[in-house]
Design a protein around this ligand. Sequence first.
Ligand SMILES: Nc1ncnc2c1ncn2[C@@H]1O[C@H](COP(=O)(O)OP(=O)(O)OP(=O)(O)O)[C@@H](O)[C@H]1O
Ligand SMILES: [Mg+2]
Length: 377
Amino acid sequence: MRYLYFLNKISFPMAQIDCLKLQHFRNLSQIEWTLGSGQNIIVGDNAAGKTAIIEALWFLASGRSFRANQPKQLIQQDHNQFTLYCEVAHQHRTHRLGLCRDAIQTIIHLDGQKNATQSDLSQCLPLQLLTPESHQLLTEGPKARRRFLDWGCFFHYAEFIGHWRQFQRALKQRNMALKQQRPLDEIALWDKNLIGAGLAVNAIRSDYLQKLEPILLDFAEYLMPRFNEQHNLTLSFYPGWSSHYQNFGDSLQQYLSKDRQLGFTQYGPHRMDIRIKVDQQDALMRLSRGQQKLLVCSLLLAQAQYLAEQSGESVIMLIDDLPAELDETHRFKLLNLLQEMHIQHLVTTTSLELIPATHKDSRHVFYLHNSQLRPST
Ligand SMILES: Nc1ncnc2c1ncn2[C@@H]1O[C@H](COP(=O)(O)OP(=O)(O)OP(=O)(O)O)[C@@H](O)[C@H]1O
Ligand SMILES: [Mg+2]
């Protein structure tokens, strides 16, 4: 297996969160947390705020929550804003990331500079997330799969973010022209940019997916032994428009009158999807819930390994409520793999007994109670 080869040969510096401070986030008034390298376990009762800590880090890295539609829901009741700060060692440097959010706006700081953007923060904090809802990557609509793929494209291809922004801008303008019933030649004005940037975005996505597929199969084989022998797992790239049309431009032409009726662009890279099939059938139909979760773990691990191979960098993995995710055997396998891959990981649980002790020397346990996070003594 490729990853075993990788584990034996490469030792790379770990991206690592050294400390996290937060204020007035959900039920947590104030937390100051110094993390260890390797495994960090947060133990707490229901409603202690474990998911809130994972959510805070995810908000810093992505500018959004994985469970609230509106950032103002994250502000502690009876307060006006929340603040987040973390120090992360990344690419042989330590970065200081800060974010303050009130009901209206977000203010971002990076290394003391005020003019930083969300994508600057994302670049410094390569997080991956596993929650009890992670199987939705397979079961829900394509949006989550686009995010998954775009995460990797963002880290691997420096030009990706520029093309992506250009595409989003052109799409917005074209949709506005469609909605306002502008004349055809005005709508066509946006097509050139839309097609150019859209094809560049999709070319990167498709290339990245191809690189990921063999690594994914290795991890799926490790987490679900003999899976590859018994089943044929395939990933294919759906560009966002029908294969009946030779290219994106043709598809835009064909759907122009319908787009004008609807007031938006129906097909294009904004509808891209990864089609995941097991034995030629939709993966959802063939896999148990547990297998779906293991497949999602394999997808994330494949991304992590490819990043390490290409850039010598590791991701940081957030795992909310690990016991709800996997049975004991698979909890052990996953944690073992994360330790072997030198990936710092943050795990939450209601009971420490549910977390298998894989590498005790790099295990750091913290108890969350009454909004206080204390290391175990
Ligand atoms: N804006 C807010 N202000 C104050 N409290 C909030 C806010 N939003 C959520 N809460 C509360 O924060 C608490 C922590 O929720 P959280 O989901 O993080 O707990 P948890 O430790 O992950 O629990 P579980 O083990 O059940 O998953 C809950 O009691 C919730 O009602
Ligand atoms: Mg929780």
